[in-house]
Design a protein around this ligand. Structure first.
Ligand code: FAD
Length: 327
């Protein structure tokens, strides 16, 4: 196995970030060289089949009731057992709260390197080493990092920074069920309480997002943007200018130092399109921008650009949507 992705599971379903990791793995490996590790409290058989159909040639599954919620020690024990048996050259995880906890702990245990929060991956000609690219020095440069001497080479990848791999008819993976040893249950962590996902995670997975920029001018104007989002069934995001002013929480920030989104529809309202913002939304499928400045950078990416005052355009759009019209 050349590349193994670490699946994430919630409510007995394999999460979309796993399929994004598969897209990355398929770009790095040849057919037959991709694996997926699934550590969970149990998932239905069809979830494994879907993973195989999306490109995982080998699926290694550890299931136990006590693995239902992530804890670094037992999950790492499973990862180490998988690495010892299947010897992947590369292990990829999501730069999610789980991945950002699991992989550093696992890298330390396996005495190997880890590049966190990569935006690009590649294979170096000749050496075959994994090239792990991520923003560095406050986002001012992109650094490419290699792990020449230790294995596996490990990286976490920003969620939503690529499209998820889609299942293909007739494609199958081989399922390897392995025993989760009860000794792995020993953990320095004690679970005190469990809080379900918050609305900002909905922003990361939203199909439609309306993003507010500084052009909104004052927080009192947010109401019309919230209404637009509601009428479109969209989540609300923001630029750094907006969150720095305290108009929306930091968890809404889209961009280099915020969240990365890949929605079907992105609507930018009073957003200039600075490079650091584009880094978090440029893979959106359809981009609509509203801005008074016809030279605004966001228009270079937009599928639909509306040059106009948002204080007039947004209420007009809302009125149209309220009466059943399309955007
Ligand atoms: C290291 C670093 C990391 C950063 N990370 C991020 C990040 O993660 N996310 C992020 O967003 N930024 C980030 N930034 C900041 C980024 O450089 C920009 O400053 C920011 O994205 C600009 O936000 P904005 O578009 O809301 O504001 P502005 O650039 O001020 O743009 C406001 C826009 O609104 C338009 N406008 C004004 N009035 C109206 C009106 N009435 N109707 C319609 N349009 C109007 C203007 O023409 C203008 O284009 C980062 C910067 C650095 C240095």
């Amino acid at each position: 196995m050349k590349v193994c992705v670490l699946a994430e599971v919630a409510h007995h379903r394999i999460l979309p970030v796993t399929y994004e990791l598969l897209t990355r793995a398929l770009a790095l490996a040849s057919p037959g060289e991709v694996g997926a590790l699934v550590v969970s409290g149990g998932v239905p058989e069809e979830e494994y089949e879907k993973l195989g159909a999306a490109g995982a040639d080998e699926i290694i599954a550890y299931e136990a009731p006590w693995l239902e919620r992530f804890r670094p020690e037992p999950y790492t024990a499973a990862l180490q057992a998988m690495v010892a048996e299947f010897r992947p050259e590369i292990v990829l995880g999501g730069a999610t709260s789980t991945g950002r906890t699991w992989l550093p702990y696992a890298a330390m245990k396996m005495h190997t390197g880890l590049t966190a929060d990569c935006t690009e991956l590649g294979i170096e000609d000749g050496s075959g080493l994994l090239l792990q690219t991520r923003p560095a020095i406050g986002g001012n440069i992109m650094a490419t990092i290699k792990t020449p001497h230790h294995r596996p080479q490990m990286a976490t990848i920003r969620p939503r920074s690529t499209r998820p791999a889609t299942p293909q008819a007739g494609r199958r993976g081989r399922l390897h069920r392995r025993e989760a040893l009860s000794a792995w249950q020993q953990s320095g962590m004690t679970e005190l309480s469990f809080t379900p996902i918050d609305e900002t995670q909905e922003l990361s997975s939203a199909e439609r997002v309306v993003v507010v920029g500084r052009g909104i001018k004052k927080p009192e104007n947010l109401g019309m943007v919230r209404e637009l989002a509601q009428l479109l069934g969209a989540a609300v995001g923001a630029t750094r200018e907006v969150v720095d002013r305290g108009w929306l929480p930091y968890s809404c920030q889209i961009g280099l130092s915020g969240r990365t989104i890949t929605p079907e529809l992105y609507v930018g309202v009073g957003v200039s399109g600075a490079i650091q913002h584009l880094a978090g939304m440029q893979t959106s499928k359809r981009i609509v921008a509203i801005n008074t400045d016809s030279e605004a950078q966001i228009f270079s990416l937009a599928d639909v650009g509306i040059v106009g005052d948002l204080l007039e355009v947004v209420p007009a759009l809302n009125a149209r949507l309220r009466t059943g019209g399309a955007l």
